[in-house]
Design a protein around this ligand. Structure first.
Ligand SMILES: Cc1cc2nc3c(=O)[nH]c(=O)nc-3n(C[C@H](O)[C@H](O)[C@H](O)COP(=O)(O)OP(=O)(O)OC[C@H]3O[C@@H](n4cnc5c(N)ncnc54)[C@H](O)[C@@H]3O)c2cc1C
Length: 412
């Protein structure tokens, strides 16, 4: 079948690779001049079921409000907040315990499956990219650990391996952790991985091209029209009719489908990463490390150290230096001297496309031939390969290898 994929971030590229492997003719449309230039550019790179979370949880609202009032929250405003009341209402409902448990389980299933698919693809195509094995979640205080109890119990139910560690055990595992910063305990996730999302995406694109996928960069697709929903029309006048169209356009997915009467509850939540040259290998993280209180991730990627996090809500497009200050602070708390942060630091601001329940939307849009693989929020890299295979299976009329319950648009 002739299939159009709209968007060439990690989700679109992995989707194209799966579709061509299923024997389809695939064209990828990307409005940018290259691939993986938006949300997939410089993310934290964490993948695996241990660290993904829906950004919903019982009591999360009051905990975040408290941190916000104390000036300790990673959630910041940048310009006018554009917060539809319906999005907030759906998010608060998703934070209730029964809903949260189901959503968390659905995300874990997808992330676990995705890690398997990712490892299979790496092996199949012999891909080589920056990566490290294992992640560590640091708790500064007992209350950080108490907050983790519900997700950890759900991971136990799902049979996902992790280990709660005493401070000295954590320091043994990650010897570069600063002794000056008090550590209450930690949780290690040995099967999780940190890998360079952009590098992987570029390699996956090369493999997809070898198999016949056509990438059309500099091609901005106009919103799909109800009269001809599978007719892809670009701003540059180019157009073509397809058997199927797969929307993988990140935060812009909602514009592409709104004329079809599909209203995706997506919120733009920006975050930052700082990538700085490695100063001293022995002072740098060996694992992917996450500060549970600040929700800031740190890792070594090749010859660089990357620190990332923050949730910016608002319409401004500006990079705010005061919002990156927390990232420098957390890096300095745990790994002082690991990176050359005085100059040549790559500051990146990327946009997460966050659905109101924190889960992606995968599957049919309700309009024949138009499919959705979007709304991946903070875990698009971790879930990309599994989502791609699942969509390719669905489009090809095959059974999916995992239960996708709770991930379709019908949940809204
Ligand atoms: C600070 C930060 C840290 C993160 N850390 C992690 C992490 O550790 N682990 C993890 O799993 N995830 C992480 N994420 C999230 C992850 O980066 C995203 O979920 C993922 O990259 C989304 O990929 P995507 O392909 O859906 O979107 P994108 O990469 O944004 O790709 C969408 C593409 O569609 C194109 N497009 C849009 N509209 C059109 C149009 N009309 N026509 C043609 N093309 C169009 C865009 O130009 C873009 O290239 C992080 C995000 C941020 C911001």
């Amino acid at each position: 079948m002739k299939i159009a994929v709209i968007g060439a971030g990690v989700v679109g590229v992995t989707t194209a690779l799966e579709l061509v492997s299923h024997g389809h003719d695939v064209v990828v449309y990307e409005k940018g001049s290259g691939i993986a230039q938006q949300a997939s550019f410089a993310s934290s790179g964490f993948m695996g079921p241990g660290m993904v979370n829906t950004w919903t949880a019982p009591g999360l609202f009051s905990r975040q409000l408290k941190k916000w009032l104390l000036g300790q929250s990673g959630i910041r405003l940048n310009g006018l907040p554009q917060f539809p009341a319906s999005w907030l209402w759906q998010w608060m409902r998703a934070c209730q315990r029964p809903e949260f448990q189901l959503q968390f389980a659905a995300l874990q299933r997808l992330a676990f499956y995705s890690l398997e698919v990712f490892q299979g693809i790496t092996e199949q195509y012999g891909l080589s990219y920056e990566n490290s094995q294992g992640t560590l979640l640091l708790c500064r205080s007992e209350s950080d650990f108490v907050e983790l109890q519900l997700p950890l119990s759900l991971l136990t139910e799902a049979g996902i391996g992790f280990k709660a560690l005493q401070p000295d055990e954590a320091r043994e595992l990650e010897p570069a952790l600063s002794a000056q910063t008090p550590l209450w305990g930690a949780v290690s996730f040995p099967q999780d991985v940190v890998a360079n999302c952009r590098q992987f995406t570029l390699l996956a694109k090369q493999e997809a091209e070898k198999l016949g996928v056509v990438f059309k960069t500099g091609h901005e697709v106009l919103p799909l029209s109800p009269a001809k929903p599978r007719f892809v029309q670009c701003v540059n006048q180019e157009s073509a009719l397809f058997d199927h169209v797969i929307i993988c356009a990140g935060i812009h997915s909602r514009e592409l489908v709104y004329k079809l009467g599909i209203h995706l509850p997506l919120l733009a939540v920006h975050g930052y990463s700082l990538s700085a040259a490695l100063r001293e290998q022995m002072d740098a993280p060996a694992l992917g490390v996450m500060d549970a209180f600040h929700q800031v991730a740190m890792s070594k990627s090749g010859q660089r150290v990357r620190v990332s996090g923050m949730c910016e809500i608002g319409t401004s497009k500006d990079t705010r230096q005061e919002n990156t200050a927390l990232l420098y602070k957390v890096l300095n708390d745990w790994f002082p001297g690991a990176a050359k942060t005085q100059d040549n630091v790559q500051v990146w601001r990327g946009c997460r496309d966050l659905m109101s329940d924190g889960l992606p939307v995968l599957g049919l849009s309700g309009v024949q031939g138009v499919w959705l693989n979007t709304g991946h929020g903070n875990h698009g890299w971790a879930c990309s390969n599994g989502s791609a295979r699942a969509i390719a299976d669905m489009v090809s009329g095959r059974d999916c290898e995992i239960d996708l319950k709770g991930l379709g648009l019908e949940r809204f």
